[in-house]
Design a protein around this ligand. Structure first.
Ligand code: F0G
Length: 459
């Protein structure tokens, strides 16, 4: 068992959550077509669907909300945000947008198009969708050890640099429009990327003249792991590590709903390409709103400017990663497998190991998520074949490298006892694991189907 790192804050405001009965939850699942995204939030006891936008803001951030400047153009809050962004990331141009996928929608069509390839350590689902919506194809090149939940390795989020170079040569460098480094690597289990790996990828990008983008949703958690695990950075500040990391890329697209500890927001950063930034401003005005608010209220800009700094505090990051390590420790004791070592924003249960009787096309990660809700009112989600979806060319179900049920932990929201309840529920499920059914899809939309699909249990 791992000791819990106590919260470096006290609680000033609370929100009541309610427990439902198992019989009620059974009905609610049926009504939701066995899709956790169709459940009402108020019917969930502990909500681990995502760590995105579900964060608790600080007293300073709430005070910032009241100071928000709602001017359409040139708001004070915009300049606060730009100053924070330039200071932390060291980039010349910072553009707010309303969330991460908005950044992708604004940037990717300017760089990618029909026939182009984008290569990443691993694309998150909306990022993959925006590559495809821009007419291009998305290719993952994560290191092999990421695919084996039991293999212990410090940077399982890394790019396989040998494979990256092979892919560039296979497709032809003129066809590879973009390299994307997702930090931390969400789909591989919130696994970190090392600076060493970033340097290698940057060298390859430079050699072939391909722009390098950081998908920066969990950049601060990634920096904390670097400090813990990469010798060269043991004595560096989190801020210095972030500066170093971002110095290797040409741009970043960021969902600020994660490490910037707000409920809504996103950022685009461009290191120095003024011409690209000019085009980004054009797309932003068309899709998001004027340059100085980018789809956000002035108050959101203000809370984000403050949250960017709070997310870098080392005591907070120690507590934050400590929560994952504590929950993972409880699962170690119960011999429940997960992507290990545990990642930065959640515990990714190895559903394939827990439910070996369910094949990938009956979605073990989804099956475990549904069982967790039934058992204890806990909402989690699939990160596996159900989320991956169908091959865009053939329409056939793809098989993911792993079948995870993700327990994403919102920031500053749940306590040690909540984590205990989560572990207890999984231990109970483990006892009747062979009775948990697989699922089949009865209806699905063409893009990002996991958010909306209808399912039913196999008989
Ligand atoms: N990139 C990564 C790595 C993400 O994890 C997400 C969102 C996005 C981009 C898109 O950002 O939601 O602000 O539009 N991830 C959330 C999740 C939804 O639950 O992991 P967004």
């Amino acid at each position: 068992m791992k000791k819990y790192v106590a919260e470096p804050f006290r609680i000033k405001m609370v929100e009541t959550i309610k427990m439902t009965s198992k019989a009620e939850r059974k009905k609610k699942l049926e009504k939701a077509f066995y899709n956790v995204f169709n459940l009402r939030g108020e019917d969930v006891y502990i909500d681990l669907l995502t760590d995105s936008g579900t964060n608790a803001m600080s007293a300073d951030q709430w005070a910032g909300i009241m100071h928000g400047d709602e001017a359409y153009a040139g708001a004070r809050s915009y300049y606060h945000l730009i100053d924070a962004g330039k200071d932390i990331f060291g980039y010349e141009f910072i553009q707010p947008v309303h969330q991460g996928r908005a950044a992708e929608k604004v940037v990717f069509p300017l760089i990618l198009g029909k026939g182009k390839i984008a290569i990443s350590n691993m694309f998150f689902d909306t990022t993959r969708a925006h590559v495809e919506l821009a007419g291009a194809r998305a290719v993952d090149c994560v290191v092999e050890e990421a695919k084996h939940p039991q293999v212990q390795s410090p940077f399982k989020g890394n790019m396989d640099v040998k494979k990256l170079e092979e892919k560039i040569n296979e497709y032809g460098k003129e066809n590879v429009g973009l390299i994307v480094m997702t930090i931390t690597n969400n789909s591989a289990g919130g696994q970190p990327v090392s600076i060493e790996n970033m340097r290698q990828v940057a060298a390859i990008a430079k050699k072939y003249g391909i722009p390098l983008d950081i998908d920066a949703a969990r950049y601060a958690e990634n920096a904390y792991f670097i400090k813990q695990r990469e010798e060269e950075f043991k004595k560096s500040s989190i801020k210095a590590i972030i500066k170093e990391m971002f110095s290797y890329a040409d741009m970043f697209t960021m969902s600020a709903k994660k490490d910037a500890i707000v409920n809504m927001g996103g950022l685009i950063g461009i290191k120095r390409d003024a011409e690209l930034y000019q085009k980004i401003k054009g797309n932003c005005i068309s899709y998001e709103g004027f340059i100085t608010y980018g789809g956000l209220s002035g108050r959101d800009l203000e809370a984000l400017a403050i949250g960017l700094y709070e997310g870098l505090e080392e005591d907070y990051l120690k507590y934050r990663i400590g929560q994952m390590e504590y929950l993972a420790g409880l699962l170690d004791d119960a011999k429940i497998a997960y992507q290990s070592p545990v990642g930065g924003h959640g515990v990714f249960i190895d559903a394939k190991a827990l439910l070996p009787h369910i094949p990938y096309h009956q979605f073990p990660g989804q099956a475990l998520a549904l069982e967790l809700y039934l058992e204890a009112g806990i909402r989690a989600c699939d990160i596996g074949s159900y989320m991956l979806g169908n091959d865009p060319d053939t329409g056939k179900q793809l098989q993911a490298d792993f079948e995870f049920t993700r327990l994403a932990i919102p920031r500053r929201v749940y306590t040690q006892s909540h984590l205990d309840i989560i572990a207890e529920a999984l231990i109970t499920i483990k006892k009747h694991a062979d009775k948990v059914p697989g699922y089949k899809i009865t209806w699905e939309p063409p893009v990002l189907r996991h958010f909306q699909a209808h399912l039913e249990p196999m008989k």
